[in-house]
Design a protein around this ligand. Structure first.
Ligand code: GRF
Length: 195
């Protein structure tokens, strides 16, 4: 049984999709805690509505990076977390956390990595760049998180065609549907020991 910590900064639709798919498909995993740097995030209110511990932990609450990262690690240990899922988490995960959870942190990215990844490539900026580059295809990627942004081993991807009249908003909506499918799919494969 995987004990999952979800890190999310925004509305939490990937978190919700993961939560619901775990229940529907009886995946051998449970979300034991949701951590957000944003006290007003939809992800935290969704967690509360699912009676999942919802923790606002932000660097601003601490005197130093060490204290902040220590609090995150202490929380992960307290909940016996065995997999961290970044679902729209806008902060860099510290090297200390990556070391302790080597190959046990995954992220969902709204493009076909290694293209359109890295610093600044998040949210609508990704889809604007894909359209500007006149890409014929886009999609989403679940990858392992390591010390370099959007760089770790790709676990799952799915692809879609970019229409001629595609807008960043229409592409974001189509890619989000892929995200909501492949993130739970990756968790299921990990829970079944296949990834
Ligand atoms: C998603 O587009 C995801 O790819 C990116 O951040 C967004 C999170 O959306 N990492 P949500 O908060 O899960 O709705």
């Amino acid at each position: 049984m995987l004990n999952i910590a979800v890190f999310a900064s925004g509305r939490g639709s990937n978190f919700e999709s993961l939560y619901r798919t775990i229940l529907k498909e009886n995946i051998s995993a449970r979300i034991v805690v949701v951590i957000s740097n944003n006290s007003q995030s939809g992800a935290l209110s969704l967690a509360r509505s699912f009676s999942i511990p919802a923790l606002h932990i932000s660097r601003r609450q601490f005197e130093s990076d060490e204290a902040f990262n220590g609090k995150i690690l202490e929380t992960l240990r307290a909940y016996n977390v065995t997999l961290i899922v970044l679902a729209g988490y806008m902060k860099k995960v510290s090297a200390a956390i990556i070391r302790e959870f080597r190959n046990r942190i995954i992220n969902i990215h709204p493009a076909l990595l290694p293209k359109f990844g890295g610093e600044g490539m998040y949210g609508i900026h990704v889809h604007k760049a894909v359209i500007q580059a006149k890409e014929k295809f886009s999609g989403a990627t679940v990858h392992v998180v390591d010390e370099v942004y959007d760089h770790g081993k790709v676990l799952l991807q799915d692809i879609l065609a970019v229409d001629d009249d595609e807008t960043p908003e229409s592409l974001a909506a189509k890619v989000l549907n892929i995200e909501h499918r492949i993130l739970p799919e990756a968790v299921k494969l990990i829970a079944d020991g296949k990834l």
